[in-house]
Every structure is written in C-alpha cells, then in structure tokens.
Design a protein around this ligand. Structure first.
Ligand SMILES: Nc1ncnc2c1ncn2[C@@H]1O[C@H](COP(=O)(O)OP(=O)(O)OP(=O)(O)O)[C@@H](O)[C@H]1O
Length: 253
C-alpha cells in the first residue's frame, strides 16, 4: 500500500473572526501532479501554509507521507520542498550563495550542493553570481523553486510557481515537474491559470470560501467542459459587468 503524499483533514483557520479555511479535507495521492485552484481569497495560500508547517491550524491535521506536520515537523519537513507565496529570501546573497546556504541547511554534503546548485541554476537559466535582490520577479520565483528542489524532496508544495514566469521558463518548469513526478515525486501547486492546470495536472481541487467545491481527476472535474467553464460554473461568474463603471467611459461622450 502506498502512503498518500499529503493528507489534510478538517483544517480550520480563522482570521479576526472570519473563517478563511473551513473544515477543509484533501488527499494528494503519491505520484500525482495536483492543482489547487480557486478565486482570490479562496484560502489556497492559507491551506498550503497549514499543510507545510508555516501556519498553525486552529483545528485539523496535515500529514506528509505519514508524518504529522505539527506533531513531527522535522520528519515532515525533511520530505517536503516548499515554494511559499511571497517567500522572504536572503536577497543579499547571490543565487549560488543562496542555494549553497539552503543546501547546507538541509545537511547535504558541500560537493553535492555545488553540483545540484549548478544544475538548477543552469536549467532555470539563472545568473549564479547576481544578487537575489537584483533578480526580476520571475527570476525570484525560479530561485525560490530551486531552493525547494535542492534537497530532492518527495513532495513539492508550490504556491503559484508560474506567477511572473516567462513562457520559455514556464515550459522549463513544467518539464522539471513532469520529470519529477515520473521519477516518483508528488507535486501540489496552486494556480489561477486554468489552461496550465488542465494541461499539466492529473488531479485538482477547486476551493472557494475555504471549502472544497470539487476534487478528483482533471477529466472528471471538467465533466466534458473546459476547466475554465467548469470553474466559472462552480464558483460563479463575475459579480458585475463593465456597464457598472460608466464613468470609465465618460471621456467618449
Ligand atoms: N494573515 C492574515 N490576516 C488576516 N486575514 C488573512 C490573512 N491571511 C489570509 N487572510 C484572509 O484569508 C482569506 C484567504 O486568503 P488566502 O490568501 O488564503 O487566499 P488565496 O486563495 O490564496 O487568494 P489569492 O488567490 O488571492 O492569492 C482571505 O479572506 C484573506 O483576506
């Protein structure tokens, strides 16, 4: 029997009396490339933060390959690579220095860190010697991904990994993730781009207001429609049209 890569059970998180995540349960099977989608404020980042030990749930549990994230944080975190939303990096280090720091922190031998760092910087097209503070938004996302990968985790948790990434680099990241899953890894990623989730992921969950609206294999959730249409059906279309902003067109009168 294979252990599921990530199991979230009954997660609840309130902020200032308002419920951001509402009894959310989700299972990410080992070997899947799992997409997490939902409108702005749906609770994706809050959920992934609780799943990775960055934010303590008010209730519920998160388990990574059988290790409870909160009862056995060291065991769970050793198995995970995480790209958090808006990650704060030591940006006065160069790309290579940052990867060396993260790799050594993960207790990898220095020669292994050097080799992997060179591989990752090369594949992601990043300048090894440039300070991270001088990286563009997309480059910063890519160095964050490299930091998540360097210790060869079994589960990757990526919050919007394609945000601000150019199409060529995006294709490179897709190919890294596909290869990683083919090699036995598991990925859960959040995204707002339905086409990307549709083409890259094999499973997904749609969440809104902190709850799971639909979950399963992509083709089952789509149910014959495009994922974009299915998403709109599930979460509801735009609340208002452009006619409400008549003042924005007043110059044409
Ligand atoms: N630290 C915080 N303090 C107060 N409220 C918060 C905090 N973090 C998140 N929230 C609230 O929790 C809800 C869920 O936010 P979250 O960032 O998890 O959504 P999301 O699905 O990741 O959104 P987006 O797609 O816009 O990134 C929102 O209403 C947000 O305002």
């Amino acid at each position: 029997m294979t252990t599921d890569a990530l199991v979230l059970q009954g997660l609840i998180k309130d902020f200032d009396g308002s419920r951001a995540v509402d009894s959310l349960s989700l299972t990410v099977p080992s070997g899947s490339l799992f997409g997490l989608v939902g409108p702005n404020g749906a609770g994706k980042t809050t959920t992934l933060s609780m799943a990775t030990g960055l934010l303590r749930p008010d209730q519920g549990t998160a388990t990574v390959l059988g290790h409870d994230v909160w009862a056995d944080p060291a065991g769970a975190k050793a198995l995970m690579g995480v790209l958090p939303d808006g990650m704060r990096l030591f940006d006065r280090l160069s790309g290579a220095e940052l990867l060396r720091y993260v790799g050594l922190l993960r207790r990898l031998p220095a020669d292994v860190v050097a080799q992997r760092s060179a591989d990752l910087l090369g594949v992601l097209g990043l300048d090894a010697d440039k300070l991270v503070v001088d990286y563009s938004a997309g480059m910063t996302k890519k160095i964050g991904l490299a930091c998540a990968l360097i210790h060869g985790p079994r589960l990757l948790v990526l919050d919007e990994p394609f945000e601000a990434v150019d199409p060529v680099s995006g294709e490179g990241i897709r190919s890294i993730l596909r290869g990683y899953v083919q090699g036995g890894g598991t990925v859960i990623l959040s995204s707002h781009v339905m086409e990307l989730v549709e083409s890259l992921c094999d499973r997904l969950a749609v969440i809104a207001q902190g709850r799971v609206l639909a979950e399963g294999r992509v083709e089952d959730v789509r149910a014959g429609e495009s994922l974009q249409q299915r998403f709109l059906d599930l979460v509801g279309g735009p609340v208002s049209g452009s006619e409400d902003l008549a003042w924005l067109r007043s110059w044409s009168d």
